[in-house]
Design a protein around this ligand. Structure first.
Ligand code: N01
Length: 554
């Protein structure tokens, strides 16, 4: 509950989160002349790239795509070293952006927004903070870090990220384990030395698949606990040579435009043919080309129907399963690693560096939890239905309460004191993934019901930030105190997101896209599957019609 406190500082806007979204939001709002405060729970800027410091953490969208486009000088001057940027390089880039645009002076680190209440009489948000998880890491000269304070703002903008609320495995006894235990999404800043140690990794999503090969190289022995095998393709990461960068930088404006107009936020040649109309040899060649290129989306857009027709999808899935059989020496291990329960792409696919080959090592073992589930964590290790395994360290690569977890971790109360948690109890309800009825002047950057995680996040972040900034400018120019989507517009958008989602294969998988990884979470297609280009047009049309579907109040 928001206590009945009086705000002791007043802002035009409060932004929650200082990751890629929050930093750009601050920059845009400042350009409009707004007085802004950003709260960040972490001890530094960077969001995802501040927290996810596990060995091998790397973005699987190319660095020259996964970078801001709003500043031509920035995109021309920054030099990327690798095709796929590592976490340290991304964090350096984000810190550079914070310094370059002088953003830090408006950011309060180590401070979590705990609650926010809309004061209807004043048309303002009253926001209460508490010390954040990163408070201890903030340097001593930042006196405001971790402050418990109450402030007010006309606009509240949640830039809290889609994959930031970590999810632990729902198993008994974790707190009893006497060794080291680390979640990939909250990795210790000082790193973890696995030399000579017996290590367990639970989880084989993108984080597990990235850290497993590297931990295997260091540890005395590694055991991977896999509940659901995932599809992974090789990243073929390489150093970026100056000539490649020069060539891309020369065509950046066009390239960025194509990214914005595309379906996935990355320019790709659009397919024209069904996988089922292609001869097996032709399909094999096409899938192989994409496999060799090392792109995340290549196979998924190789044909028109990979993500909408199970038979078409199975041609791509079988191509990857054949690769797994080719790489992994032990046929039983290969079979256990081969996904058969979901179409490729319906759980987020992974890019790896040597993942499957890691299982050929003598010092790596795979435990198939579908055969022998985890019963409990013991002081010494992990007990499954048929064995007890002892470890020095357990790595939890168990993912996130995606898309809604971070938003609902804040006690947000709108008109009439309605809580967002209650409103979304049956699943998130938004208009355009940006706003939710009954919560005026609240914006969500890459919120549920927008393309977000089904796209290059940078493209989606920039689009939302710019749309929100334009909206704020529109309201201020006209002296409009509040903006709130109508229930009708919201209902229509929620239905549209569902219809488009149901047209695809996404609902067939128990994925975090569906909320299925968190026990008790309502099942719904959380992101909008219509593509970023189409979605951008929809958002622009709403704005062009003076924010059609929203109620504006003076
Ligand atoms: O999390 P995940 P992640 N017992 O949810 C398993 C982005 N990302 O952190 O599938 C046993 O994908 C779970 O099993 P199951 C990217 O969007 C990007 O890896 O639920 N196992 C699954 O195997 C990604 O998709 C990058 O049956 C349990 C794993 O843990 C998203 O973040 C890098 C369990 C969780 O996989 C999330 O990735 C990293 C339990 N109780 C992340 N609970 C790049 O850019 C969960 N699991 C490369």
């Amino acid at each position: 509950m928001v206590r009945d406190e009086t705000a002791n500082a007043h802002f035009d806007a409060v932004v929650v989160g200082a990751g890629l979204a929050g930093l750009y939001m601050l920059h845009r709002l400042r350009q409009l002349g707004l007085r802004v405060r950003v709260y960040e729970a972490g001890g530094g800027v960077g969001g995802t790239w501040y927290w996810n410091r596990y060995p091998g953490a790397r973005c699987d969208i190319e660095s020259m795509e996964y970078s801001y486009s709003f500043s031509p000088e920035l995109e021309q001057e920054w030099v990327w070293t690798e095709k796929y940027p590592s976490q340290p390089e991304l964090l350096r880039y984000i810190e550079h952006v914070a310094d370059r645009f002088d953003l830090r002076r408006d950011i309060r680190l180590g401070t979590r927004v705990a609650a926010a209440r809309f004061d209807e009489a004043a048309s303002r948000w009253v926001i209460r903070t508490e010390p954040g998880e990163g408070a201890a890491q903030v340097s001593g000269d930042d006196l405001g870090a971790g402050a418990e304070e109450t402030v007010s703002a006309q606009f509240l903008i949640m830039a809290t990220g889609c994959l930031s609320a970590v999810k632990s495995p729902e198993v008994e006894g974790l707190e009893r384990f006497r060794g080291g235990c680390h979640h990939t999404g909250r990795w210790p800043h000082e790193g973890v030395d696995f030399t000579g140690r017996r290590v367990a990794v639970i989880g084989t999503g993108s984080s597990g698949i990235q850290c497993i090969p590297i931990i295997a190289e260091q540890a005395a022995h590694l055991t991977v606990f896999q509940r659901t095998p995932n599809f992974s393709m090789p990243a073929h990461n390489v150093s970026l040579d100056p000539e490649t960068q020069r060539a891309r930088k020369a065509t950046y404006p066009d390239h960025r435009r194509l990214a914005r107009e595309s379906g996935l936020g990355v320019p790709v040649d659009l397919p024209v043919k069904s996988a089922l109309d292609a001869e097996p040899d032709e399909r094999e060649r096409r899938y192989q080309e994409n496999w060799d290129k090392g792109t995340l989306f290549g196979i998924l857009v190789a044909y028109t129907d990979i993500l909408i027709d199970t038979r078409a999808n199975d041609t791509a899935a079988e191509f990857i399963r054949a690769k797994i059989r080719e790489i992994v020496a032990d046929p039983d291990v290969a079979a256990a690693l081969s996904p058969t329960d979901h179409p490729v792409g319906t759980k987020r696919p992974c890019l790896d560096s040597g993942y499957y080959a890691t299982y050929n090592r003598d010092d790596v073992a795979l435990v198939d939890l579908r055969r022998s589930p985890i019963v409990e964590i013991t002081p010494k290790g992990i007990r499954t239905a048929d064995a007890e395994h002892e470890f020095d360290d357990i790595v939890l690569a168990t993912g996130f309460d995606a898309m809604t977890g971070a938003l609902l971790s804040v006690d947000i109360r709108g008109k009439g004191g309605t809580s967002l948690r209650e409103k979304w109890a049956e699943g998130p309800r938004t208009y355009l993934g940006i706003a939710t009825a009954g919560f005026p002047n609240l914006f969500t950057v890459t919120g549920p019901g927008s393309p977000s995680v089904l796209s290059n996040m940078m493209v989606s972040i920039e689009q939302h930030v710019e749309w929100i900034a334009d909206c704020v400018a529109f309201l201020r120019e006209r002296g409009i105190a509040s903006i709130d989507p109508s229930v009708e517009a919201e209902d229509a958008w929620v239905e549209h997101v569902k219809v488009v989602g149901d047209f695809t294969l996404y609902p067939t998988a128990d994925s975090w896209y569906m909320g299925a990884n968190v026990p008790g979470k309502p099942r719904a297609v959380l992101p909008y599957c219509g593509g970023v280009g189409v979605y951008r047009q929809q958002c622009d049309e709403v704005a062009a019609k003076d924010y059609e579907g929203f109620t504006l109040s003076s």
